[in-house]
Design a protein around this ligand. Structure first.
Ligand code: GLN
Length: 484
């Protein structure tokens, strides 16, 4: 079935005129029709618009146009602006807002020829690890619909895993690409901070947010990273670093590669089956010629606390704009203060409110020095831990998540337990480095995917993709399909 193909396989069939873009798009739409009532990866999608884009791609293909994503259906997390489409960020507060413009990442997909379609479900404003904090209902894991798909980009991961699209975009502020990719059994890449323009991405925590791809294999991840990367004057934090040919890095040459194993990551809460799968993956790397080195990231213990101070502080400032005046939903009041509080009181969900309150508190005078300022200092220590490690190793291997997918409702009443599940992914964002999650096994009963995380130097995506690809090509995990 066409919807099950990778970008590279579908692109070859489209270029060879074996199939049309319309047929490919239709097979994704059929799959959505068949499974999304159960999975709920999509908040909405416009089938007529997607098919019209497919017809335009077919015209281009007939005219001999060549573009890296021509006619490939790619679905989008509901936090990225796509012109003339709804933009809700998984929240009620944006009401019936329609994006007036395309995000930079969307412009890039469109100019590479992709069919950009659908709004994928997410935790409200990307705050969460389970997609239970969406105003549009929970997304279910295609491997076991009693379980969460991870978050906050749960819709992006579930849609790729259930073959409802060929690939998707998500965002990662503290793990929101890598963790759902791990829990749904696909490949999720968080590029280095500054690699991809954030123009048109609704900000959660501006110093941590990055856009990245969800794909069915590592080759597709390299393809999408190449399309999405590059400096953009509309995002002053994007970096004018040349964009390498990421596909060329996939040469299988990992002999002599030095992989670091952080001793601080073997924590008590690490599930035994996850540990066994990661240990086996490390052995596999060794068999492929990599050298394994134990390393230390001494400030790991402080990462979760540091992240939840910095991310909430930035969120409290970023979310001030949703005031009922500028955009979306409004509940009138007798004066502006009443209008703001009614609108925000009704528009934001409990987790978003919790974070705004926490973030406002850590920035308030009297507490700023004790919390926010100190967290910034610890953030530098965490970044330095990584930079020091990368003096001796090429990449770092860890589990992506301490457990496989948990049950819907299992952690939603205990925010602290939810926050702790981000332990392995958060430091990467604080340090501004890059990371990828790839499938590395399954739990036995129920059968749930396990993810392996590789972390790389700033702008070291080539090395990450090279190592991830070599592992993938010597294992079969990525070929397994969920029972949907
Ligand atoms: N789970 C983390 C949080 O709740 C990370 C979310 C993200 O990366 N957007 O903040």
């Amino acid at each position: 079935m066409l919807n099950q193909l990778t970008i590279s396989k579908l692109a070859a069939k489209l270029a060879g005129r074996e199939v049309s873009a319309r047929e490919a798009m239709q097979s994704c739409l059929d799959q959505i029709e068949r499974v999304d009532g159960n999975i709920h990866a999509f908040i909405s999608h416009d089938a007529a618009d997607a098919l019209a884009q497919a017809d335009a791609a077919d015209k281009d293909i007939s005219a001999g146009v060549q573009k890296p994503l021509l006619g490939i259906p790619i679905a989008i997390k509901d936090v990225l602006a796509v012109k003339n489409q709804p933009l809700n960020c998984g929240s009620k507060i944006l009401g019936k807002f329609i994006s007036p413009y395309d995000a930079a990442a969307i412009e890039k997909l469109k100019s590479a020829g992709a069919i950009v379609f659908g709004r994928l479900n997410m935790d409200e404003f990307a705050m969460g690890s389970s997609t239970e904090n969406s105003a549009f209902g929970v997304t279910r894991n295609p491997w076991d619909t009693m379980r969460i798909p991870g978050g906050s980009s749960g819709g992006s991961a579930a849609a790729v895993a259930a073959d409802e699209c060929i690939a998707s975009l998500g965002t990662d502020t503290g793990g929101s690409i890598r963790q759902p990719a791990a829990l749904c059994g696909c490949v999720g890449l968080k590029p280095t901070y500054g690699r991809i323009s954030r123009y048109g991405l609704v900000a959660f925590a501006s110093s941590l947010d990055q856009i990245g791809p969800f794909t069915k294999d590592v080759h597709d991840s390299a393809t999408l990273l190449g399309v999405l990367s590059g400096v953009d004057l509309r995002d002053s934090t994007s970096v004018p670093q040349p964009v390498p040919n990421y596909i060329a890095a996939l040469d299988g040459k990992i002999k002599g590669l030095k992989l670091g194993l952080p001793k601080e990551y073997m924590i008590g809460g690490l599930d035994a089956e996850v540990k066994a799968a990661v240990d086996a993956a490390v052995k596999k790397f060794q068999n492929l010629g990599a050298e394994i080195v134990e390393i230390s990231l001494p400030h790991t213990d402080y990462a979760v606390a540091t992240y939840y101070i910095i991310a909430t502080a930035e969120a409290s400032a970023n979310l001030a704009r949703f005031d009922g005046i500028r955009y979306g939903a409004r509940i009138d009041g007798n004066d502006p203060t009443e209008l703001y509080s009614r609108t925000r009181g009704a528009g934001f969900g409990a987790e978003v409110k919790r974070r705004i309150i926490l973030g406002t508190y850590v920035l308030s005078s009297g507490y700023y020095d004790a919390y926010y300022l100190r967290a910034q200092k610890v953030r530098t220590l965490i970044r330095n831990d990584f930079l020091r490690a990368f003096e001796t190793v090429d990449a770092i291997v860890t589990p992506t998540s301490p457990t496989a997918a948990f049950k819907i409702g299992e952690k939603s009443n205990d925010p602290l337990q939810m926050y702790l599940s981000d332990i392995f992914t958060i430091s990467c964002n604080l340090a501004g480095i890059c990371g990828i999650s790839i499938p590395c096994g399954f739990t036995k009963s129920p059968k749930l995917p396990i993810g392996l995380q590789l972390l790389g130097k700033p702008f070291g995506e080539e090395m990450l993709l090279k190592a991830a690809h070599a592992y993938e090509q010597n294992t079969l995990w990525h070929q397994e399909k969920p029972p949907v």
